[in-house]
Ligand binder design. Sequence first.
Ligand code: GLP
Length: 261
Amino acid sequence: MEIVILPDAEAIGRLAADQICALLDRKPDAVLGLATGSSPLPTYDELVRRHDAGQVSFAGARAFTLDEYVGLAADHPERYLHVIERELTGRVDLDPSRVAGPDGLAADVPAACAAYEQAIADAGGVDLQILGIGTDGHIGFNEPGSSLASRTRIKTLTRQTRLDNARFFGDDLEAVPTHCLTQGLATIMSARHVVLVATGQGKAQAVHQLAEGAVSAMWPASVLQHHPHVSVLVDEAAASRLQLAGYYRETYLAKPSWQGL
Ligand code: GLP
């Protein structure tokens, strides 16, 4: 796991976008894993800027989102498939038919979850997964207590996550769905490269646990310690509880430029 401490969200967005552009350059039909939430927005804005400047094309790519609320109407603006279209995929040359998410309106939930796993596998697996992290250490919607071996399934959201996300539902906690479908921790672990972005003091404890805590279902993101290729891009505030921050800074500064992330 490599921790990169950067001055601000824009610098994080540029470095994350660099990874996606380099991937699309060497593999135009790459499979991207996309996260919703506010953390990846600077990355997506940077990708759109580079797309508009003719520096990157998504035309051959495919994308899979991490998770979806259960039961939100097909036209609800907070359905994650709509959110990701507004934030990224609808702003670049990526055909909507090449973007998929778990079906939060499925009548047969286990079948829909299995179909989603199969679709990712049929696409060849995720090459690069962008991740945010919840204040309680969740990735996707894998709340504390999630099996480290979990695959796409239904989960109950914690009260904390619903409170955190109420801002997208007019600050009305009751309007936030109680359930979601989410890629499991093992699904996320199958991605070939994971790029996790986190900013702000509110994420400091989760980032510390992710990188330096014991691997535990209590901090689901800590499972990433078992992944061979994870890049964690954080600002100073999100890095503020890291015990080895000095070492991470030295390591990144001393890194040969050919090495990349
Ligand atoms: C939601 C999403 C996660 C995201 C998290 C953090 O719970 N399901 O994928 O990482 O929010 O969101 P934010 O980046 O807005 O803090």
